[in-house]
Ligand binder design. Structure first.
Ligand code: NAI
Length: 399
């Protein structure tokens, strides 16, 4: 978003479970960073809106139309974790929100913060931004349960008319991946790389096996680069082409983004073995889901991994974890994920100075090994903070 007013309205969904703890902590820290950067010249006017379990209990629906209208009006929202109530008429609230507002890219920056205990030797080598397609693939929700007449019909069609071999006792899931859906995701990833000085975009796919979905995603990704960004991108294959002068081999012209691709299973090795070779990853829905959580764990945990669901019109920045019912109400939850999602929100408002200030403030708190229970549990000798105290600490650093 460009040209945000100085006092934009932003919707917030407090969330269920640990939501009422992490959301106020995050808002306190975000506001402090904005005030610290701009004095009173800029500030967010937060608008509460209802969603999730509480909305279901009070209003009879987990995703009230008024909430969707509020997000359509402000165009930007911050969202705590939501519980999808059973019987609420919605399979997954998060999926419904993404599909209704066409938030087609799930963007997850993954980087290490010094001080945090991570399970690998050099967590600082990983610094990637993941663009996961959010609306298609096996997550489209087109499934037919084993043993139902619907499954039997689909199986009869595929075996009888399409020549497929399927065990008759199968459940069926459908994997649609479109040119439009794939290309707009890759387009967003390339544009992000160009705007943010990232040197590569890697198309991650399982095209060796699923040629017409995952393989097509790879092909369409290269097409977007060639058709729309020919001056600003170069493919890895071109860089290593035998005709290229030896002194230029492997070297991308300054300012260009290298487009490459990797098979998904190899990518899981690559993020561990050669993390520095990757800047932006573009993936289909399921692959993106897996790699987002795996890489978050690699740098120290889901409690501090931020995310944004971004479309062409609206953006919802969210905690990437769930409602954590096991620790709700105990002051143990880490608000770091939502705080860093708040930094993404500030960048989206085109307030990069405030975003950087917020990230640096949180980095200083983590560097001082002042942790909520999740991180303190694996960091002997660190200082244990409650959720609210962590929010206060980041806010104090950001002010
Ligand atoms: P979860 O992410 O809520 O919890 C998994 C584990 O991580 C738990 O041990 C929890 O205590 C811990 N954890 C999560 N966030 C934490 C934080 N900020 N600080 C410290 N520890 C944290 O995943 P789970 O248990 O699978 O799901 C619980 C509920 O959350 C379900 O109703 C699910 O549908 C919902 N959910 C919502 C999401 C969203 O709104 N974006 C995403 C994932 C799950």
């Amino acid at each position: 978003m460009t040209n945000a007013p100085d006092h934009p309205q932003v919707v917030y969904l407090e969330g269920d479970g640990i939501g009422p703890e992490v959301t106020p902590a995050a808002i306190e820290a975000i506001d402090a960073a904005v005030a610290g950067t701009y004095g009173g010249a800029r500030g967010i006017e937060w608008q509460p809106a209802a969603a999730g379990k509480k909305a279901f209990q009070e209003l009879g629906t987990p995703l009230p139309e008024a909430t969707l209208e509020a997000i359509r009006a402000t165009k930007v929202a911050l969202k705590g974790p939501l519980e999808t109530p059973v019987g609420g008429g919605i399979r997954s609230l998060n999926v419904a929100l993404r599909q209704t507002l066409d938030l087609y890219a799930c963007v997850r920056p993954v980087r290490y913060f010094p001080g945090v205990t991570a399970p690998v030797k050099a967590p600082q080598d990983l610094d990637v931004v993941i663009f996961r397609e959010n609306t298609e693939d096996v997550y489209a929700g087109i499934e037919f349960e084993q043993g139902t007449p619907e499954a039997a019909r689909v199986i009869a069609f595929l075996t009888g008319e399409m020549g497929a071999t399927i065990s008759p006792d199968s459940g069926i899931g459908i994997k649609p991946m479109s040119v439009h859906g794939s290309k707009r995701l890759v387009r967003k990833a390339i544009r992000y790389a160009l705007d943010n000085g990232r040197d590569s975009v890697t198309l991650v796919h399982k095209g060796n096996i699923m040629k017409f979905t995952e393989g097509a995603f790879r092909r369409w990704g290269y097409e977007v680069a060639a058709d729309e960004f020919s001056e600003q991108t170069v493919t890895e294959a071109e860089l290593f082409h035998p005709d290229r002068p030896p002194e230029l081999r492997g070297k991308a012209p300054p300012g260009t983004v290298v487009i490459k691709d990797r098979i998904a299973d190899a990518m899981f090795q690559e993020v561990l073995l050669h993390p520095r070779n990757y800047g932006v990853l573009a993936l289909s829905n399921l692959n993106g889901d897996y790699i987002s959580d795996a890489t978050a764990a690699q740098v120290g945990g889901l409690g501090i991994a931020p995310g944004g669901n971004i479309g062409d019109q609206y953006a919802v920045f969210e905690a990437t974890h769930g409602t954590a019912p096991d620790i709700a109400g105990q002051g143990k939850a880490n608000p770091g994920s939502l705080i860093l999602s708040g930094a993404m929100l500030l960048r989206h408002l085109a307030w990069p100075e405030a975003a950087a200030r917020l990230e640096q403030a949180m980095a200083r708190v983590l560097q001082a090994r002042r942790f909520t229970a999740d991180l303190a549990a694996v960091a002997p000798g660190s200082e244990l903070l409650t959720t609210a105290a962590f929010g206060h600490a980041v806010a104090a650093e950001a002010r």
